[in-house]
Ligand binder design. Sequence first.
Ligand SMILES: [Zn+2]
Length: 279
Amino acid sequence: MVSLTFAQEGPARIIFIGAHPDDCDQDGGGTAAMFAKMGHAVKFVSVTNGDAGHQSIGGGALAKIRIAEAKEAGKRFGVEYVVLNNHDGELIPSLNVRLQIIREIREWNADVVIAPRPNDYHPDHRYTGILVQDAAYIVGVPNILPDVPPLKKNPVFLYYQDYFQRPNPFRPDVAVDITSVFDQKIYAMSAHASQFFEWLPWIGGYADQVPEGTEARLEWLKKDRTVIITPEVRKTLEKWYGKETAAKVAHAEAFEVCEYGRRPTDDDLKKLFPMLKKP
Ligand SMILES: [Zn+2]
């Protein structure tokens, strides 16, 4: 293992990676908005262009819509949003895509990389997890992708929360209180109109529940996209914020530290996630 040191000078650089344009938003958008507000540099990367995610539009026409939605969502979160041009629903953990991801992480000079775990119902999510794991060590290897300088410090890699139990359940190492930015998160997510108001309700069989009108839709999306805080996540909130504050948290996002990449101590995590503060 290359010895890569941890250098935190100036703002932290965080990169969220998801399979589809809207994945980073849902799983890490609140945390991203908080980082951005604190002056840190945040980027969202969608590994596919989302060109399969609709019931009546598809291909290049859909990809165009989804790229525009992602750009708007990025503005609302205060982050940069990039959509890579790989087909939705057809992602495989190829060398080509691995190199695209290494490029993204290196060019962002990331301190923190957040991605899905490789156990998931959706193959694109699963392989995004694999692809990022495959990049975790190689981002520091100069002979791979030699046109982009390797990272001198290995980033900390984390996973988004999920509910899959096999082979092992998600372990919340970090839980961020996003209550103060929850409305902003929902407003930003609503930029993906083709997803949250069309495709997901259609494939989920609840299209008849989507209301008309911007305000009504935002209110509906708040309910539809509220993530229940599990007892494990509540415990983690207590660890970082103290019992009293943790009890009042209405919305949270949790992350698990990946075994690859830099292994942070609790003090490192406090530095990397400055919003984790006891009052
Ligand atoms: Zn997805």
